[in-house]
Design a binder for this molecule. Structure first.
Ligand code: GRF
Length: 276
């Protein structure tokens, strides 16, 4: 009995899965692969792809009237990061657990030392690094980044702590499928040092915003926001930790709405449609 093979067989045997004797699922949405592990091998923690395959194979809600199961239309997303990557990790977790019905095609960092890169690699997600200093101009960097993103054919590109301002050409290329998470209640405090500025202004409420990206920095149509109180004894660290906790909830939720085709932008405002 081969542990990895039995899991693969279960997944590969499903309706919509093109593989037969291979160890790869050839569904368009799914790049799950399987490791052959003999029964005598020591127990191991399931990798991202394996958990994803189990999730795929457990989706019984995608049925057509004859009762046959069809492959879920899993959309792909790419996350752009520059550092810690905790928001990116919240997306990978939500995807692996099935709360977010979308596949993390890749994580791309503008910094080779970004902590989030190892988090993504450990989860079995493809990573790339595109460093601005290696390009002669901002436009050349944007072009290289766009090409790297496009190579993964994502339906959605997510800026999650990506510390570069992207040019208009990049934004236009991904218009309507480029979202950002910003640590303030936009339109208040666009730009940097949001928590410090919120404390300096004495606001009683602060929070985070997920929005579509437009050429105007931190000003695109708002998809979701979460609010936190500001306490008298808060400092930058305590306030940012309180906001970050909300970011990890609101970003996967906003992305789930996007991949479920529930978001429509009408005159600069985002309408959330009912689940289909
Ligand atoms: C988050 O606060 C996000 O809102 C902002 O940058 C920070 C990134 O944190 N854009 P992490 O890298 O996701 O941990």
């Amino acid at each position: 009995m081969i542990q990895g093979r039995s899991l693969a067989s279960k997944h590969l045997g499903e309706e919509g899965c093109g593989g037969d004797d291979a160890h790869y699922c050839s569904r368009a949405h799914c790049t799950a692969s399987f490791t052959m592990v003999s029964k005598s091998a020591p127990p191991r923690r399931r990798g991202y792809h394996e958990r994803h395959a189990i999730f795929c194979s457990s989706q019984s809600r995608f049925r057509i009237p004859g009762g046959r199961r069809v492959a879920p239309p899993m959309k792909r997303f790419v996350v752009l990061i520059s550092g810690r990557g905790s928001n990116m990790a919240s997306l990978l977790d939500a995807s692996a657990s099935g709360r977010l019905p979308a596949f993390p095609a890749a994580v791309i960092s503008s910094k080779p030392e970004a902590e989030g890169l190892s988090t993504a690699r450990n989860a079995g997600v493809e990573t790339r690094v595109v460093v601005p200093a290696r390009f002669p101009s901002r436009a050349a960097f944007d072009e290289a980044l766009a090409g790297t993103v496009d190579a993964f054919s994502p339906e959605l590109v997510i800026l999650a702590g990506f510390m570069r301002i992207l040019g208009n050409d990049f934004v236009r290329r991904f218009a309507g499928r480029l979202v950002n998470i910003h640590p303030s209640l936009l339109p208040a405090f666009p730009g940097l040092n949001t928590h410090r500025r919120a404390l300096a202004e004495g606001v009683r409420f602060h929070g985070c915003t997920v929005h579509f990206v437009t050429p105007d920095l931190d000003h695109g149509p708002i998809i979701a926001q979460a609010v936190v109180p500001v306490f008298d004894d808060d400092d930058e660290a305590s306030l940012s930790a309180r906001v970050l906790e909300k970011e990890h909830l609101v970003l996967p939720q906003a992305v789930a709405w996007f991949v479920e085709d529930r978001l429509t932008v009408v005159e600069g405002r985002v309408r959330l449609d009912a689940p289909r």
